[in-house]
Design a protein around this ligand. Sequence first.
Ligand code: NDP
Length: 506
Amino acid sequence: MTQLETDPQADPGSRATFDSLNPATGDVVGTHPIHTEAEIRAAVERAREEAVWWSALSYAERERHLNTWKGAMTRRLAQLAGIMHLETGKPHGDAMLEASLAIDHLAWAASHARKVLGRRRVPSGMIMANQVATVEYAPLGVIGVIGPWNYPAFTPMGSIVYALAAGNAVVFKPSEYTPGVGEWLARTFTEAVGRPVLQVVTGLGETGAALCRAGVDKVAFTGSTATGKRVMAACAESLTPVIIEAGGKDAIIVDEDADIVAAADAALWGACSNAGQTCIGVERAYVHERVYDRFVEVLTEQARGLRADADAGAQIGPITMPSQLALIRSHIQDALDQGGRAVLGGVEAVGERFVQPTILVDVPEHSLAVQEETFGPTITVAKVRSMEEAITRTNATRYGLGSTVFSQARGMEIASQLRAGMTAINGVITFAAIPSLPFGGVGDSGFGRIHGPDGLKEFTYAKSIARQRFKPALALTTFTRTEKAEARLASLIAMLHGRGSTLPKG
Ligand code: NDP
């Protein structure tokens, strides 16, 4: 069984369904069930049974299964990219890139789980010198993963594969715009492994809400900040922990000594790839006044070579969610109304399905295009007098997801002052493709981490064990404790911690 079993009591004729559409044409790509609350609960119960089998396997056995799945996915990469292309509209090459990176994360999680999570000895300290102390990270059980549509493979896989590698079963609710990708992932997993440790449930927002209440042990949510708050509220009812990977308003900082052509190229890719629908997309640029004019000139020149359309030659696909078009238009309009200028694109760049690249300058910091997530192929470019000003303006946001710095001499110094979960220096979005680096944000961008060692630990609980090796010289945790033992403890504490802590006189 690869798909969720449907409710046997439900009349098949009355089953509610929804269509996923090709955003470039409006054609129906596939029709999918809206799973009922009872079906979602049944999926979680089934997952709990699978978790018993899966968690009892050794790390090596799980790695072998995950590698089988990895091989199956890799051999059918073009098929996966094809579904992603149809459901999101993104160019086929971009879908291939996204799916490839997801597979690379799968490989890393599978091969590092034991090292990161396996049992290890830790020092037991002087007071408890008679104890052997060990810590290991045990799986939580069943993880509910709720994913967005913009990176329908890479983003949820950032939770799914780390949760699986840590020994959990997963029930995945993909976005209503990309259910086919979710079904493909669950189907190939079950074909490769032989058991539905990864299941998919499909439907609309309500399906995600039902998953939060279905008895899972943790919810890994990726989506907008507003929905993240609803997910947290639902999970609070049952004290179910959550990871929230939400939106961003990422900036690129360009210093006076930066390679301007490379910085413009990075800003353009960060702003316009995936039609700007990237949580870690570049939406703002702060450029040193000495190189500002040249940066705007090079960026505009490079952007003129880009085109959003449905044909294979276009580098930018459609806006996946039709309702987003009005929001993108409103941000551009607001920027222009407040004194900004469009050096490329503008309000007329927003079409019925596609948005052409738009570069805005002289936009006041309080405008929507600088403050709110636009999620379109647009960028605001502002002139700054110093890197200190660039840092202050970059940090003046309620989000804190990704960031980019272009500087020869001061890259690390600037990066370390940015209030953002991730920073790329002299590159863009590079951190997301490095499996050993944790991924996540602060503030309205959410909390918790996927990817890397932190991403594996996120789906576990720490299990601490203290084992007595021999009788203690100092018997402290007993009612037979003697005054002599207490006096010896006082001397030991004084010896260990008493020095260098003299309080100032007076
Ligand atoms: P949404 O918040 O609209 O939806 C995200 C997921 O939540 C979807 O599967 C959605 O289902 C589901 N959902 C909707 N309502 C509820 C609910 N009440 N309870 C539980 N689940 C619910 O986000 P988008 O899909 O529009 O994704 C875009 C957003 O995601 C952007 O803000 C972007 O920045 C962010 N994002 C963040 C990333 C990160 O790693 N930080 C990565 C990628 C995107 P349905 O689609 O069926 O409504």
